[in-house]
Design a protein around this ligand. Structure first.
Ligand code: NDP
Length: 329
């Protein structure tokens, strides 16, 4: 066995708990491949797992997403060969030089898509895809609200919703982010960082643009925006709560959905929308085709070296990023 470098979380906490360690290189079990990681994607969920908000057995190597080259193919794996460029979206342990990936999470990267781009587009791209096609199906003529529209998911979600014929109202936390989100196709941008009372000011601003309310609100911000999102949705509309960047939403009394106008509330997770080979193929090929045709623009905010993982987490949690953060082992 030769030792390889990885980031490890041995105790949960702030970004400082991300520590470089040496481990044995993984070996490909049946149904798996081992990949030399070219690029690991950083996602908000990595911060929940690092902090302990989502509980994992310790110690663990963070990261779920990346792209690289196959260096070993396990028994029973068909259709993938050594030397091939692949990406993955939901495999633990990607902040490392090598990772073992199950074939059920492997995506062949088209020749003309760079591995950095593939790593950047997987988790957030598949998420944006299931949000607009399945969690709530965006239809031409819809008006939807997207929070953190200049974020990793937000920029892709905005583009995919616009491509399906929706008018998108987006919220952002700075003037720079407003400019970036408008380039992704937002029709209206709201500076929610400048609002004193989000529960009141947010729906007031949304309803000044869409008087009946939006057909759907996509809320990955959570605690600070939830009440405002609920009050922004039209009668019989949908509130898709898909994250908690500002913290978890307190328990919700279902009666509130009645009072707000027979609202449908969902709390979907990507893993349930990539559970079959058909869904993975559908979603990933839409994303890769979008990139190849130039219809989908993936914004890479910044690349970091593996030993700068803590800096990447600080930037993401500090709301200083627009788009994707990557780690290069
Ligand atoms: P982003 O790049 O969107 O970063 C999070 C953004 O949230 C920030 O840039 C910031 O934008 C906004 N934000 C608002 N309040 C806060 C706060 N208090 N602290 C930190 N950020 C805040 O991250 P991702 O694209 O990786 O993820 C976006 C959301 O989607 C997350 O909640 C994540 O958990 C969720 N997600 C859910 C999935 C699922 O399957 N359900 C899958 C993938 C992601 P601004 O400054 O503009 O407010």
């Amino acid at each position: 066995m030769h030792p390889v470098r990885a980031i490890e979380v041995a105790r949960t906490g702030g970004p400082e708990v991300l520590e470089m360690v040496e481990r044995d290189r993984p070996v490909a079990r049946p149904g798996h491949v081992v990949v030399r990681v070219e690029t690991a994607g950083v996602n908000f969920i990595d911060t929940y797992e690092r902090s302990g908000a989502y509980s994992l057995a310790l110690p663990f190597v963070p990261g779920k997403e990346g792209a690289g080259e196959i260096v070993e193919v396990g028994e029973g794996v068909d259709g993938f060969v050594e030397g091939e460029g692949v990406a993955w979206a939901f495999t633990p342990g990607s902040y490392a030089e090598y990772v073992e990936v199950p074939v059920t999470d492997l995506y062949a990267v088209p020749e003309d898509v760079e591995l950095d781009m593939a790593a950047a587009a997987m988790l957030q791209g598949l998420t944006a895809h299931f949000l607009v096609t399945s969690a709530y199906t965006v239809m031409p003529g819809d008006t939807v609200l997207v929070h953190a529209a200049a974020g990793g998911v937000g920029l892709l979600l905005t583009q995919l919703a616009v491509a399906r014929g929706a008018t998108v109202i987006g919220t952002v936390g700075s003037e720079d982010k407003a400019r970036i989100a408008l380039q992704a196709g937002l029709s209206h941008v709201l500076r929610y960082d400048l609002m004193d009372d989000l529960a009141h000011d947010l729906p007031a601003a949304v309803r000044s643009l869409a008087p009946d309310g939006v057909d759907a609100a996509y809320d990955g911000v959570g605690r600070t925006t939830f009440d405002g999102s609920l009050a922004s949705v039209r009668r019989r509309g949908s509130l898709v709560l898909f994250g908690a960047a500002s913290g978890p939403v307190p328990p919700v009394d279902p009666q509130r959905l009645n009072v707000a106008g027979s609202i449908t509330l969902s709390r979907p997770s990507l893993r349930d929308f990539i559970a079959t080979a058909e869904e993975r193929e559908w979603r990933s090929s839409d994303i890769f085709h979008g990139i190849l045709l130039g219809d989908l623009s993936v914004r890479i905010d910044r690349g970091y070296s593996l030993d700068e993982a803590a800096d990447a987490h600080r930037a993401l949690e500090g709301r200083r990023t627009s788009g994707k953060l990557l780690l290069h082992p």
